[in-house]
Design a protein. Structure first.
Length: 166
């Protein structure tokens, strides 16, 4: 079993409801156990247009190899109507599940890079991460909470919303 961080996001339809449904599906993944989940954070799209996102981070323990976990996450996305329009990297979406980090795994492949190559640039990842893992540090040693504050000060608007788990 390895710990893994999953970024959750949605900005189309009932985003909060979709994230809650996705968490329920994460709980049912064979070989996986949901350990912690952040609150929902509202944020403006980064490098895109469209409605605000509802974002969260989940910490899971998983027996699945990283590529199998990614495939399972993409299956959950598809079940929730995720469409990947060609040539549109940051299109609005019903559900986005990003494999951010897997303990002890470093990969740089076309289909999967771990740790996620842009997580250190996204307040919508770092603020929820700091909520569930306050001592988490980026590769450069900066605490996730400090990095989230720095990015917010640089204009990445984010606000904490309601709890995803009841």
């Amino acid at each position: 079993m390895r710990d893994a961080l999953i970024g959750l996001g949605a900005n189309l339809g009932d985003a909060l409801g979709t994230l809650r449904a996705a968490l329920a599906e994460l709980r049912r993944l064979p070989g996986c156990r949901l350990l912690r989940v952040s609150s929902c954070y509202r944020s403006a799209p980064v490098d895109a247009s469209g409605p605000d996102y509802c974002n969260a981070v989940a910490l899971i323990s998983s027996a699945l190899p990283a590529h199998e976990l990614l495939a399972a996450l993409q299956g959950i996305e598809l079940a929730h109507g995720r469409v990947r329009p060609p040539g549109q990297r940051h299109a609005p979406r019903t559900l986005d599940l990003d494999l951010l980090w897997v303990d002890g795994v470093r990969l740089e492949e076309p289909q999967l890079t771990l740790p996620h190559p842009r997580m250190h640039l996204r307040a919508f990842v770092l603020a929820p991460l700091a909520e569930i893992a306050p001592h988490w540090r980026l590769d450069d040693g900066e605490p996730a909470a400090a990095a989230a504050r720095r990015l917010s000060a640089q204009g990445q608007r984010i606000s904490r919303g309601e709890a995803l788990l009841r």
